[in-house]
Design a protein around this ligand. Structure first.
Ligand SMILES: C[S@@+](CC[C@H](N)C(=O)[O-])C[C@H]1O[C@@H](n2cnc3c(N)ncnc32)[C@H](O)[C@@H]1O
Length: 128
């Protein structure tokens, strides 16, 4: 038996929080977390990006742990998880953010690398 999910992509949405991040729709982690875990269990996202999986996990009553190599996504993650925002109803979830010293500025580094490559190609007259 084949099951097919019809889920709308978030990438074409204008002014979305996760600009420049390959975020997926909340519906995907929502279904998978509900399928494979119980309330109170811990969800791990080793490639956290903007924190979509963590957001949905917390909303579904799970604990959540995320790793992200790019420090430049921290503000987006904080916004998505409403860290530092007042809580209107219920208790505030507890958050701990650990920043390692080998963290990268990945997006800036990659943009610089691409710009350098394009400049190099133009100088050498290379056409692609
Ligand atoms: C496709 S995005 C994840 C999107 C995320 N699930 C969401 O919906 O917002 C993948 C992320 O993995 C991060 N990443 C890549 N290599 C990593 C590593 N070795 N450790 C931690 N994060 C890494 C990238 O910086 C990127 O933000």
């Amino acid at each position: 038996m084949v099951s097919q999910w019809q889920i709308t992509n978030v990438l074409p949405i204008n002014n979305r929080l996760e600009k420049g991040i390959a975020a997926f729709p909340e519906e995907i982690p929502y279904r998978l977390i509900k399928l494979y875990s119980y309330k109170g269990e811990t969800i791990l996202d080793p490639f956290m990006g903007s924190g979509t999986t963590l957001k949905v996990a917390i909303e579904l009553g799970r604990k959540a742990v995320g790793y992200e190599i790019d420090i430049e996504l921290l503000d987006v993650v904080k916004k998505k998880l409403n860290i530092n925002q007042p809580v209107l109803v219920g208790n505030r979830p507890e958050f701990e953010i650990i920043i390692r010293n080998d963290i990268k500025h990945l997006r800036t580094q990659l943009q610089e690398k691409v710009a350098k490559t394009i400049r190099g190609d133009k100088k050498s007259g290379c056409k692609k």
